[in-house]
Every structure is written in C-alpha cells, then in structure tokens.
Design a protein around this ligand. Structure first.
Ligand code: SF4
Length: 455
C-alpha cells in the first residue's frame, strides 16, 4: 500500500484540500488517469520516488504532466529525493523535493502554493531559485509520529490492494525511524537515528477500527524496527489478543531484541497471533556483521530463531552477500547460516540479496571514495539495478550464490508436489554435502525459464 502518499495526503488541511491518490499499479493507463485528475484548482502533484525503476516512472509521469500543464507545481518526496534533494530539483520538471519526514513540510508547501505565497524558503524542502539554481532549506526536525494526523485509509481503494496482494492484509506503520546505524542502510541518514512510535493503546484502537471498517484478516506492520521498545510491542499484543475476531499480524524484529524476549513474552506474542517476523541477519560471520555495524551477534540470531520455532512464529532471515571487497569465505559463511536457519523450520525463509550500493549509506560513501562510480543523473539512477550482483562480484561467485539460493528453495519451499519429492531430497543432499556436480535440475529450471533469481 502507498503508505508514504497516504501519510502526506492525510496531513493536509482537509477542510481546504481534497487530495486524490493515484497508484500506477492499479491503473491500466496511469498517465491518462493522472492527466484526467488535474482539474482547475489543482494545487500541485506530489510523487513518492524510490531509487531504481520507480524513479524512471516518476520522471516519465512528471514530464507528461509538465508537457500539458507547464505551470503545475510538481513535488517529489520519498527516499531518493530525501537523499538527493538538490539533484532532483535540478531536473526542470521537478519543482520541489521534500526531505525526510514529509507530512508537515508537504502540508505547509501545499498551503503556501494555494495561498499564492512564496513557497520558499521552506524547512525540509529543496527548490530552484529565480536563476534556476537548486536551493535547499534548513533541515526540519522530525515530529513524533503520535502528533501527526492518522492515515485516512478512505483515501485508498483498500479492496483493490487486497486484490493486488491476494489476501485481505492491511499495511500499517506504527513507528518512524530507527536508533541503529547499519552501514548499508539509508535510514540513519534520513531519520538521523531518531525514532518515534504510536502509543500501544492508540495503535490497537486505530488498527481495530480499521479492521472493523475493512474486514482484513492480517495486519502487516512495515516499521523499520517494530520492537524498538519491547514493552510497547507487548502492550499492543496484549490488547490485540482481546479482539473478538482474531487477526494475525507481522512485524520487524532485530535479533538482539528477539534474544532479550523471554519465553513468556514470546507466548504473549504468539497468543496475539503474531504469525511472522522479519529478522535481518545480513551476514554469517561476526567480522562481517561488525564491519556492517549491525550491532548484533550470531548467537543472538540463533537464540531468536530457537525461540520463534518453539512458539510457532514464522520468520524471514534475509542475508546480503557480494559486498565490495567481501571474501569468498565470508560469502560461504553467510550461505552456511542461511542453510542452518532454513533447515530449522519449514516456516523459516532465508532470502539472499546481492549488495547494491543504495545511496546515502556509509558503505556506499566508502565505495565511492575507493573509486566505485555511482550514477550521476536521475536517468542513470532510474536504470540502476538494485538486485543483481555488483560489478565487483566475480561471475563465478554470482553463479554459485544463485545456485545456492535455488537449492535452498527446492529443499524447503512448501508445498512440494508429489513429483517434486525426489528433487527436494536431492536438493537437501546437495546442500548438506556440498555436492553440486551435474546440477541438471538447476539447469533445467533455468532452461524452462524459472531462473534461479535471488530473493
Ligand atoms: S537496517 Fe534496520 S536496524 Fe539497521 S539501521 Fe536500517 S532500519 Fe535500522
């Protein structure tokens, strides 16, 4: 669900403004829909912009709009503009870029545009001056999420998202930011290691009202770190388990947080129908975890996994491999941990990602300083492949990791068709004994088009 757009639209002065959210994923002709939505009195068009292909989509949409409505202000927000605000407004079709938490900055900008006042300078916003030079306003301190207007889901076609997801699952954000400092992550640069979360009573009441209104059966918290304050998470769980109609939920959990949870606390979470958590592992060697500044220990990962298994809670344990300068031994250690966790429970997944230098993170800055060239234009960032191996990854290593990911899926992904059982046994044998000779099933799958993509 487009939670960023929902948050900024909900924070507008709703007595004055009538925001419309258009999601290209739900539209057969998104540009036509966008042009049709621009009517006399339209104040501006805001776009949520993520690095990679979505950036290319936003550029194309902005150019289409400007061609027909040259004077219509276009405002970008989201991760890419937060990291590169002045580069965004250097592009003629982008008039403003909002940096970081956008609710209040966007509301203020829209009010100024509607009033015909000078829209700049504005804290937390970039623009072009009269000479066309990009300018950046002072930083805007992030507000506590509890003081911001609640997202108004009536602005979304919620049923269309249930259909898109294939399940009646509502996405919700209960906190913003993160206290930690992982060196591959852009969050610390954008939220400056600040965090704020909704009060658990308010959260349970508002999520309950949304459940009554929309009839969903699963609630997905898309917070960076839902369990930042464990008492808050447990208070929500206790309230959620009192619902007459039980609703499952999912959230994010760090391994250090999971390890600190006692068995009785885990039982409270399981009773509240916490069905799945995402626990970022990232690497299988302590040296690499320390270099990544993940601030967890592998023993904490195992402690968390064992507790989750005991209490019947499923988990995703993602890994990142192929970091600049990473040794094969380090990659092997990560693959070994992925195998170990995957074999602990059919409810555990271990997706493996190749590292790509997402802008704004310390590792990316270090890679740049070491001579790694990053895209230098919006078009180049739009073409940036966020999923494949980096050019520094040897092709043989890339193939080996892809093969491992394929066999991990073959070995444990439920449900196996009866005819797949021998393949499953073979995959488990291969993983256990590192026996990858004559990988006919992998080659056959690739030939059939089921490429062994990494997760
Ligand atoms: S990876 Fe997660 S825990 Fe680490 S800084 Fe980013 S949001 Fe925080």
């Amino acid at each position: 669900m487009p939670l960023g757009l929902l948050a900024v639209a909900s924070a507008l002065d709703r007595g004055r403004f009538d925001p419309r959210i258009i999601d290209a994923r739900l539209e057969s002709r998104p540009h036509e829909r966008l042009l049709a939505a621009v009517v006399p009195g339209t104040v501006c068009v805001g776009m949520s912009v993520l690095t990679g292909a979505p950036l290319g989509d936003a550029l194309a949409a902005a150019r289409t709009l400007k061609q027909k409505h040259p004077a219509l202000p276009i405002v970008w927000g989201g991760w890419h503009p937060s990291l590169f605000p002045t580069a965004c407004v250097a592009e003629p079709v982008v008039d403003y870029a909002i940096v970081g938490q956008g609710e209040l900055a966007f509301a203020e900008l829209v009010a100024r545009l509607a009033d015909g006042h000078a829209a700049q300078p504005l804290a937390g916003c970039a623009w072009r001056d009269a000479q066309g030079r990009p300018q950046l306003g002072p930083p805007r301190p992030a507000q506590d999420i509890g003081t911001l207007p609640a997202p108004d889901y009536e602005l979304l076609d919620v049923e269309a998202y249930f259909a898109l997801k294939g399940r009646r699952q509502l996405d919700l954000v209960a906190s913003q930011g993160c206290y930690w400092r992982c060196a591959f992550c852009a969050d610390p640069a954008v939220y400056r290691r600040g965090w704020s979360g909704l009060d658990p009573t308010v959260l349970a009441a508002s999520a309950g009202a949304l459940a009554d209104r929309h009839g969903f059966t699963d609630l997905a918290f898309l917070d960076e770190t839902f369990f930042t304050h464990v008492e808050r998470a447990l208070a929500f769980a206790a309230l959620w388990s009192r619902r007459a109609q039980p609703i499952t939920w999912t959230a994010t959990l760090r391994a250090d947080q999971g390890e600190r949870l006692t068995d009785s606390q885990m039982a409270v979470l399981a009773r509240s129908r916490l069905r799945r958590v995402l626990v970022g592992v990232e690497a299988g060697s302590q040296a690499m975890l320390d270099w990544l500044q993940k601030d967890i220990r592998l023993a904490q990962v195992m402690g968390t996994a064992e507790k989750l298994r005991r209490h019947g809670i499923a988990a995703d344990f993602p890994f990142i491999v192929g970091l600049p300068g990473e040794s094969e031994a380090s990659v092997d250690a990560s693959l070994a941990w992925a195998r170990r966790l995957r074999s602990m429970s059919p409810a555990f997944q271990t997706p493996i990602f190749f590292y790509r230098p997402y802008p704004g993170s310390p590792i990316t800055r270090a890679a740049e300083a070491a001579g790694c060239r990053l895209p230098d234009s919006l078009e180049a960032w739009a073409d940036f492949d966020l999923f494949g191996p980096g050019p520094w990854v040897a092709p043989s290593l890339g193939r080996r990791v892809a093969r491992e990911a394929f066999y991990l899926r073959q070995a444990w992904d439920p449900p196996p068709g009866r005819w797949k059982l021998p393949l499953r046994r073979l995959a488990r044998y291969r993983l256990a004994h590192h026996a990858y000779g004559l990988p006919f099933e992998w080659q056959l799958a690739r030939w059939l088009g089921h490429r062994s993509e990494l997760h």
